[in-house]
Design a protein around this ligand. Structure first.
Ligand SMILES: [Zn+2]
Length: 395
């Protein structure tokens, strides 16, 4: 795009930026060889790129291990079970999700190994676990910061894949938690949208059904159904363990012992200033979406939308003024359990399938009438007026 004519001071800045960003020599991207020279047989071999250890154990379990230092000092352990909501038969709907709960968080889940390991995790600030059921797989994720926790996470993945012990009392208790979760999910407008969208788009397939089933589906599940699904799908040749991360230093433990150190703080300052600098240099390149988000935050939360120059000056001054003492007293002041809160946001307007059909119909009608103008730079102003004239509706 041609730079638009602007006052001279402004133009100079623009020119400087272009100079910094332009390349004198062709870089490695521009020097890529044409694809015709590739040896497809070799390039499309089955192992993922640069994975260090990858294979299948004798029992059928697939594994991937890769050392990686971004982010530093974090190791991710992931158990993937290739079974999700689409594997459920009609009488099994919701079972994949409830098994994910029973395996990890179930009240009274009696697999002593798993409960023990989880208890150990919950008391350490460095380790986190979470699980999620998808349409075609279920994922158990652990994030650890040292080799001791890594061992525990691996042992836990083994426990998950070995056995599921569940009584009908335990199942009934877990159903209530899952039903509660389904209800909360149903209150989120984005989820309502995607559910309605999926119901239309994937009509006649299992993808059109609500993920996790309905309240009735969950209530109808029995111990036999749960166990049957687990035994059918939680088998080694249907699972993979993925370990990716950095094992060199135990950052969290060091923080606990020594607190934040001077060199760490100065690295943090440099990082902040770099981000602020990049933001300032690109201040004229905001996309419409970014601007729209700014104005939304301004409206919703009365968030300031300062002039970029003042904003940058403030960031520089404030970042430089942060010292260890201030950090320490701030942490002491803020890091208390009584200072934590949970915020749940929801819209009061519900969107129904009828609403969505109505909106689509309106657009179709406009199209048929031929009253949808073609997009062009000159007409943008006019089409904005058209939008503003339409009554706002829920959703
Ligand atoms: Zn859940």
């Amino acid at each position: 795009m041609e730079p638009s004519p602007e006052p001279s001071e402004h133009k100079e800045e623009e020119d400087e930026e272009w100079e910094v960003e332009s390349y004198d020599e062709p870089d490695e991207f521009e020097l890529l060889e044409p694809i015709e020279k590739l040896d497809y047989e070799q390039e499309l071999s089955s192992a993922p790129f640069q994975v260090e250890h990858h294979g299948v154990l004798q029992n059928g379990l697939t594994y991937y291990v890769k050392k990686n230092s971004i982010p530093k000092d974090i190791i991710l352990v992931n158990l993937i079970v290739k079974a999700g909501a689409v594997c459920e038969e009609e009488n099994e709907r919701g079972v994949a999700h409830i098994i994910e709960h029973l395996v990890l968080e179930g009240y009274g889940y009696t697999n002593s190994d798993a409960t023990e390991y989880l208890k150990a995790f919950k008391h350490q600030c460095g380790a986190h676990q979470q699980a999620k059921t998808y349409w075609d797989h279920t994922s158990y994720n652990f994030s650890v910061t040292n080799t001791e926790d890594l061992r525990k996470a691996l042992a836990l993945t083994a426990a998950i894949s070995r056995e599921l012990v569940v009584t009908s009392d335990e199942l009934e208790k877990e159903k209530l938690i899952v039903i509660d979760e389904l209800w909360h999910g149903s209150q989120i407008v984005e989820k309502q949208h995607s559910r309605i969208f999926s119901a239309q788009l994937y009509q006649g397939t299992k993808y059109a059904e609500p993920l996790g089933g309905t309240e009735k589906n969950v209530r109808d599940l029995s111990v036999d159904i749960v166990k049957g699904f687990y035994l059918k799908w939680y088998v080694p040749n249907n699972m993979a363990v993925i370990v990716v991360g950095d094992v060199t230093e135990t950052q969290i433990a060091r923080l606990r012992v020594h607190g934040i150190e001077e060199n760490e703080l100065s690295e943090g300052r440099v990082y902040w200033l770099r981000i602020a600098g990049a933001e300032y240099r690109n201040r004229l390149d905001h996309s419409s979406e970014e601007l729209q988000n700014n104005y939304t935050r301004h409206f919703n939360y009365r968030e300031c939308d300062l002039c970029p120059k003042l904003q940058a000056q403030l960031i520089v001054a404030l970042t430089k003024s942060i010292n260890l003492e201030k950090m320490k007293s701030f942490c002491e002041l803020q890091c208390k359990a009584s200072n934590l809160s949970v915020i749940i946001l929801q819209s009061k307007n519900f969107v129904t399938q009828e609403d969505m059909k109505g909106s689509l119909q309106k657009i179709t009608d406009l199209e048929k009438e031929g009253s949808l103008a073609q997009w062009s730079d000159e007409e943008v102003e006019g089409s904005n007026n058209l939008i503003l004239e339409m009554e706002p509706e829920s959703g």
